[in-house]
Structure formats: C-alpha cells, structure tokens
Design a protein around this ligand. Structure first.
Ligand code: SAM
Length: 277
C-alpha cells in the first residue's frame, strides 16, 4: 500500500537528518516540498535525485488531488523548509485528507525547533509543556491570547519573528509577570544563542542587541498560587459563626482547616477555648 511519509529536515545544521529520512527521501516516487528551491540544497547535499513538487500554504488544498494521484503510483514524502512538517508548517490538511482516504501515513521522528529549544532552556519539562506556535501579531490580540493562558502552569513555547520579539517580550512581561524565560536563537547554526533569564532581562538584552535570525521563545508556566492563609481573627470569627449555628466543633475544625490553611487541631483548640470562655 502506498505510504505518505512525513519527513523532518534540519532546522539549520544539515547534519541533523536521520539515516532513515535520507533513505526514505531517496526511495519515494515524489517529494512534496514547501519550497522546492530551499529543499534542493538539502537534496543536492545528500545526492538525492527524487523529483519534487511544491506543497505550501497557498496551494495546500488545491494540490491534494495531484498528490493523491502520485500516491496511487507509489510512496510520497512530505517535507517542509525546516523541521517537522505540520508543526507551524503545511502538512495537517494533507495528512488529514490522506488518512480520510485510507492512505497509510508514517511520520519519521526528527528535527523540531520547539523541542530542541525546550530541552536546552532549563525550564521545566517534567510537568509537560504547551506548544503555542506563532502567537497573534496584533498587540490587542496578543494581549488577549497571553491573558487567556496566564494561569497555565506548564512551560509555554512560542515561535516568533525576530522583528516582533522585543514587542512580544514587552507584552509577555506585562501580562504574565516577570517569569523565568528563554530565547533560543539560530539553533543548530553557527550563531546559536540561548538567553536564559527573567523576561525583563531578556527584553533588556534584545533591546540593545537587535535579534536576527530565527527565534523560539519559552516562558515558565504560572507559579503555583500562594495559599490563602487566614489570620487568627478571621479563623476565630468563622469558627464562632459555625459553632453558633450548631455545628459540632470536630466538623467545624475540619471544614475550616480546608478553607483557612490552618491546622485542624489548632482550630479545635481555639474552639475548646471559645467554649470555656
Ligand atoms: N516545522 C518547524 C519545526 O518543526 O520546528 C517550524 C517551522 S516555522 C514556519 C519556523 C519557526 O520555527 C521560526 O520562525 C522559529 O520560530 C522556529 N525555528 C525554526 N528553525 C529555528 C532555528 N534554527 N532556531 C530557532 N528557531 C527556529
């Protein structure tokens, strides 16, 4: 059965491609590439002579029939300009249509800027992470987008244009607070750079060093909410109200312990004291 292979390609360093990816690219009948000129450099480097056709943002629907026709005659590989197809790159519509048409889809593991930056950022990976792709460009939309995820406890990963990075850092600091963050720039390339610091420091750095090249922005998730610990007067008043309403001291102490951040036994002792006063 013909297969649609989803093949990741390097995000900068031409060595970052698997042996299997090279074999598959050499064996398939056709390579659907986001930009055939960009991909030609990679294919020539590895002496792969498989024919290519373009598959990009602007023909991703109109090109489906042609790719299915090719799949009728053999395997096809989908590649994007860099990294994993379908991740902030064309691919989803083709993959979905292929699956709906009963075509076998096989994805190869490989290069991806988000995961590369995440593991090197030093930000938490143990509690999961949220990949957000490119955020909205307009200031108000970006603010609303970040406000929506302000309580998200997992590490946030965004792709951003170097031209918008400073504005985005500004707004992120304003909306999310001055959290630990990281910018991974020009990953796997000659001028690879990681800036690991609170948002305010990364902002100050890029305000004086104009960012160039490609960037991934990572921001720590929301810090755990501070527990609301009641003061003694509030505990005493709530306890008094509960006891006055006829609640048993044991039950009132248990319920108030859950609400107040106080220890159940301490509240119980306050109750005993109140009764004896
Ligand atoms: N499909 C790709 C992947 O798997 O990572 C992402 C493609 S998306 C159109 C391009 C964005 O990915 C860039 O704007 C940048 O945010 C990020 N990116 C790609 N290559 C990068 C690199 N070498 N260094 C830093 N960020 C990179």
């Amino acid at each position: 059965m013909p297969t649609l292979f989803i093949v990741p390609t390097p995000i900068g360093n031409l060595e970052d491609i698997t042996l299997r990816a090279l074999r598959v690219l050499g064996e398939v009948k056709l390579i659907a590439a986001e930009d055939t000129r960009t991909s030609r450099v990679l294919l020539q480097h590895y002496q792969i002579e498989t024919p290519m056709t373009s598959y990009h943002e602007h023909n991703k629907l109109s090109k489906l029939d042609a790719i299915f026709a090719a799949l009728a005659g053999g395997d096809v590989a989908l590649i994007s300009d860099a990294g994993t197809p379908g991740i902030s790159d064309p691919g989803y519509e083709l993959i979905q249509a292929a699956l709906a048409a009963g075509i076998r889809v096989e994805a190869l593991p490989g290069a991806n800027a988000a995961i590369t930056a995440l593991v090197a950022s030093g930000l938490d990976t143990t509690g999961g992470f949220v990949f957000l792709g490119f955020p909205p460009r307009k200031t108000n939309d970006l603010r609303a987008f970040l406000a929506d995820i302000a309580d998200e406890p997992r590490t946030l990963i965004l792709y951003e244009s170097p031209y918008r990075l400073v504005d985005t850092l500004h707004i992120a600091q304003d909306v999310l607070g001055d959290r630990p963050a990281c910018v991974g720039r020009e990953l796997t390339k000659l001028h690879e750079e990681y800036t690991r610091a609170p948002l305010s420091e990364i902002l100050a750095y890029y305000e004086s060093h104009t960012p160039r090249g490609e960037v991934v922005l990572l921001i720590a998730g929301a810090p755990p909410a501070e527990p609301d610990i009641w003061d003694e007067a509030r505990v005493r008043a709530a306890l008094h109200d509960r006891l006055a309403a006829g609640e048993r001291l044991k039950d009132a102490a248990k319920a108030l312990a859950a609400e107040s951040g106080w220890d159940r036994k301490t509240i119980y002792a306050l109750g005993v004291q109140e009764k004896s006063d």
